[in-house]
Design a protein around this ligand. Structure first.
Ligand code: NAD
Length: 683
């Protein structure tokens, strides 16, 4: 089947793109389209052209697998120029989302019509590049600078309605009428002598507030700090206002090449592919079909249970939520409602959708109500004895084919599975807090977990919008185990003379949204702290004893004002200095470089151990966990990709240099081998 077909409808040539799954503009597609446009140019019977697509979306854009290889003609910019240069009107019919090259093709057409559900955008910045097929120069000429900037710099698409408001789309048409309307529109335009040509338009480009670029930089400064692509995007749009089109395009190309060959774009592309790769499970082929899941049970309506339940309610599943006591159940349900209502206030849900979601929830006190659930997720206290008791009961109550999952953060999923008569149907589903928002889901594969159950978990994750990564069983799985390696060093650094603000600042500088001590304050220092058995043995315990239990208490490692802003705390620092003095360490000045190496190299090493032990299937899975669950800055690609980038020999040398201060860090053989051979973790 040809990926581009043409049909003649009287004087209109209809060019149809059909390249599933996302109608990418691969070499074959570009060739065929260019040929169709050339035919239209020479055929006097053709007076107008319609470009349309089959499938649910118009196009996801360029074929990203062709990145990095030598350009093949016609390139996308050449194809778009050919469309624009055709002296006959071209109407593009957007049957759905048009992203990247899909949007740039649309910009090269004279007229654009779209279905109401279409989204149009230039997401290139999200993989560290800029639109390289004229997008930065044509879009501002079509919609004006103020509207073009956010589309290009944030990479977020606009709806068809918004596109019409700003002049990016001429008409909105019902999906079933799209083809016919496009042909009629093209025929109507064929009679006109002049057509808008995006690259030659001057009507929108000159009219903007001179401060718009500085204002935009100031507004987005914090989010874009240290990122190459957004800065170049802004610069490219600015040049569109100052340079003739041809010169602007040359600059766009130059910026594109610079970015595409840079470390940040390489890292972001790795993140993009690693996320997709993570969905593939070793030993579970495509022939293993997911089991049907209609009704989901959640045990525990606490911090995690409520958020977990919301994922399924939002996606349309019926959920039974079990608690031990009515007040805990009421509290949990009320928080869920409050969260939904907040989402509705932001315009991301309608009031009816809130009611429909809450209407699918059955809050109960009796576990017997779980009998007909297809999947039950346990989110009770993190204590093995309680988990074992719950799983024993579930095994007796739930139908034999039901899947039983634990949201445990650290505990042994095999030991939990062993309390049931169906260990092959038991696994870990480790959500991250807040569970209704965080994208990551660690799917913990027990020794006995069946391929069908794993395939079901991955399928469900997709349906509720999560990025799933498979982990084997170990203490803390992939994410928390590596977090532990970092936290050990953060604590040790305090004992050697560093203070929380210095440690946190180094990670903020690296690109994390927060450092370990800010994170501890946010979560609450009293997690797992028992006032009855406290022994003043750790900094954390003493802070809790002093009432410094974190941000919620107005103080923890930091002091917090009414605005929740943190300032270094003399009281907390005094506790730290007191412990440090008694630790036997000689107090010393610690450089930021040492802090960075001490925090991040042991994480990479732990990741290497995780790979070596087969707990993670691949290095990219570890990167996916850290980027999606722990705020690792995506433009460095995740811990393993970052290590590859700086060089594994450098990481190993750093670990060896600090070895005397890190007696508990056992250096991975895999890391040693790869460092010696000049290898990488990620292919
Ligand atoms: P939580 O204390 O907020 O909630 C636990 C809830 O379970 C409580 O409401 C409690 O009443 C209820 N419960 C206890 N035993 C029960 C039983 N037998 N039947 C029914 N309900 C029962 O705890 P949480 O933070 O939601 O953590 C729950 C689980 O999720 C733990 O295993 C934890 O390790 C894990 N987890 C927590 C986080 C987090 O950031 N809080 C993140 C990932 C995983």
């Amino acid at each position: 089947m040809s990926k581009v077909t043409t049909q003649r409808e009287g004087n209109v040539l209809v060019v149809t793109l059909d390249n599933p799954p996302v109608n990418a503009f691969s070499t074959e597609v570009r060739n065929a389209m260019a040929a169709a446009i050339a035919d239209a140019a020479t055929d006097d019977a053709i007076e107008a052209v319609v470009i349309r697509a089959e499938g649910r979306m118009f196009s996801g854009g360029a074929d990203i697998t062709e990145f990095g290889s030598a350009p093949v003609h016609p390139t996308l910019p050449e194809l778009i120029d050919a469309i624009e240069d055709l002296p006959k009107p071209v109407v593009i019919a957007l049957n759905g989302t048009a992203l990247g090259g899909g949007c740039e093709i649309a910009l090269g057409c004279n007229y654009r019509i779209a279905v109401p559900g279409a989204k149009i955008g230039l997401p290139e910045v999200k993989i560290g590049i800029l639109p390289g097929a004229g997008g930065t120069q044509r879009l501002p000429r079509v919609v004006g600078v103020e509207e073009a900037l956010p589309i290009i710099v944030t990479g977020n698409p606009v709806s068809a309605q918004k596109a019409q408001e700003i002049g990016l789309v001429d008409r909105i048409v019902a999906p079933e009428a799209l083809r016919d309307e496009a042909i009629a529109f093209a025929r109507e335009m064929a009679g006109r002598a002049e057509h808008p040509v995006s690259s030659r338009r001057t009507d929108r480009i000159g009219d903007y507030d001179a401060n718009v670029f500085n204002t935009f930089r100031a507004e987005h400064g914090r989010r874009l700090k240290g990122l190459d692509a957004p800065a170049k995007c802004i610069e490219a749009v600015e040049l569109a206002t100052r340079l003739p089109y041809d010169e602007g395009i040359a600059k766009e190309r130059e910026f594109f090449m610079e970015l595409v060959n840079g470390d940040q774009s390489r890292a972001l592309r790795h993140v993009f592919f690693a996320e997709r790769q993570a969905g593939k499970i070793d030993g579970v082929g495509k022939d293993v079909l997911p089991l049907p899941i209609r009704k989901v049970g959640v045990i525990g309506a606490g911090t995690m249970g409520g958020g977990i339940a919301m994922n399924f309610l939002t996606a349309g599943y019926d959920v039974v939520m079990v608690e031990r006591q009515q007040d805990a159940l009421d509290r949990g349900t009320a928080i869920m409602r409050k969260n939904y209502e907040a989402t509705a206030r932001k315009g991301r849900m309608t009031a009816e959708q809130v009611e429909a979601a809450m209407g699918r929830l059955t809050p109960v006190l009796d576990m017997a109500a779980l009998a007909d659930c297809d999947l039950v997720i346990e989110a009770v206290f993190e204590l093995m004895a309680i988990k074992k008791d719950v799983f024993g009961q579930l095994d007796a109550i739930c139908k034999p084919e039901a899947i039983l999952a634990s949201n445990t953060s650290y505990l042994d999923v095999n030991a939990i599975a062993a309390c049931t008569s169906r260990p092959e149907q038991v696994l870990g589903l480790h959500f991250f807090s807040p569970a209704n928002i965080m994208r990551l889901l660690e799917v913990v594969r027990g020794d006995a977990t069946s391929p069908e159950v794993l395939a079901t978990a991955m399928d469900l994750a997709r349906k509720i919008g999560k990025v799933a990564v498979v982990s084997g069983v170990c203490h803390g799985f992939i994410g928390n185990r590596m977090l532990g390696a970092r936290q050990d060093q953060a604590n040790a650094l305090l004992m050697e003379g560093a203070l929380p603000a210095q440690v946190d600042q180094v990670l903020l500088g690296f690109g994390f949204p927060m450092g370990p001590f800010q994170m501890a304050d946010l979560a609450g220092l009293d997690i797992g702290w028992d006032p009855d058995t406290t022994s003043s043995a750790t900094v954390r315990e003493v802070l809790c004893e002093q009432g410094r239990r974190g941000q919620k208490a107005g103080g923890g490692f930091y002091d917090y004002g009414a605005d929740r802003q943190r300032t270094p705390s003399e009281a907390a620092n005094a506790v730290i200095r007191d412990f440090a003095a008694r630790s036997g360490n000689e107090k010393r000045e610690i450089t930021d470089d040492e802090i960075r190496e001490r925090l991040l190299y042991p994480m990479v090493n732990e990741g290497a151990l995780i790979l070596e032990e087969g707990v993670a299937q691949r290095a990219g899975d570890i990167d996916t966990v850290w980027v999606n669950g722990y705020g690792w800055p995506p433009h460095t690609g995740g811990p393993m990709f970052w290590a590859d980038t700086i060089g594994l020999d450098k990481v190993l040398a750093g670990l060896e240099r600090h070895a005397a201060r890190m007696p508990d860090v056992h250096v991975s053989q895999l890391l040693r081998d790869k460092a010696a051979s000049g290898g990488r973790f990620n292919g």
